[in-house]
Design a binder for this molecule. Structure first.
Ligand SMILES: O=C(CO)[C@@H](O)[C@H](O)COP(=O)(O)O
Length: 251
């Protein structure tokens, strides 16, 4: 006779597999929907999380307990509304989306700086890189450009290698600019991003899902530093008198 435990296990395994398959199906559908850009509001689905009181409290608590640069990326449709609360909470950097601020980025950058934060601009994978040039070249410019390497929405998505052309274009045009990448970054994709010119790396699942997060962080940092080192001759051609490389967060 079959042991009842084996029968239970026999039923549980297909149920788990089925659950995983359904989860993957849902995730693929979410990704497809985000890529198709069917619904602009849903594409910025982090809005509720970004602007919740809980998130502001977290920023507040972190700013009081850590001596770290708090890089806050607001995937929201009306960033202007959150400059003041984020500033009060203790954010160091405030990154907004160009797609949500085409008409008011001048005002936004000024307000962010007036609250003591460093402004950054983010762009989604489908947005042409040329759209951020005016913000980098303005009299009152942004300090950083964030090239999204997945559609904004959730962690654990696949890195979109074709976004690296944007990073290369930016690095060539602005040798000392802080260029951030976000989405799908980890040990298997960092070399592409670092050699393209990214120097600020956002990593979620590759770090938080690792057995030894500190090792993954070192690996990511080393890749960026090595790539920066290899760019020094190119950098010196542009800035022969100031051979200093940027570090994200503006030290
Ligand atoms: O919020 C987003 C995308 O919307 C990103 O910041 C991701 O959360 C990064 O996570 P991984 O892709 O590294 O898991």
């Amino acid at each position: 006779m079959v042991d009842p435990w084996w029968s239970l296990l026999g039923a549980a395994i297909p149920a788990v597999i089925m659950g995983q398959a359904l989860l993957m199906k849902k995730r693929r559908a979410d990704e497809q929907r985000l890529r198709a850009g069917e619904d602009e509001k849903k594409a910025l689905m982090c809005e509720r999380v970004c602007t919740s009181k809980r998130m502001l409290k977290k920023v507040g608590a972190l700013s009081k307990t850590l001596l770290a640069y708090l890089d806050c990326h607001l995937m929201v449709t009306n960033p202007l509304d959150y400059v003041e609360p984020m500033g009060k909470a203790g954010a160091s950097g405030f990154t907004f989306h160009i797609e949500a601020s085409k008409d008011n980025w001048h005002e936004l950058v000024q307000k962010i700086k007036s609250k003591g934060m460093s402004p950054g601009v983010a762009l989604k994978p489908g947005t042409p890189i040329e759209e951020v040039f005016p913000l980098v070249e303005a009299d009152n410019p942004v300090d950083m450009v964030l090239v999204m390497t997945v559609e904004p929405g959730f962690g654990g998505q696949k890195f979109m290698a074709d976004t690296m052309d944007k990073v290369r274009t930016l690095r060539k045009k602005y040798p000392s600019l802080d260029i951030e990448v976000d989405g799908g970054l980890g040990p298997s994709t960092i070399a592409m991003a670092a050699s393209a010119g990214a120097n600020c790396i956002v990593a979620g699942s590759s770090v938080f899902g690792a057995a030894e997060p500190a090792k993954v962080i070192s690996l990511l940092k080393n890749s960026v530093e090595e790539a920066q080192f290899l760019r020094i001759p190119q950098f010196l051609m542009y800035y022969p008198k100031s051979p200093q490389l940027d570090s994200c967060g503006g030290e």
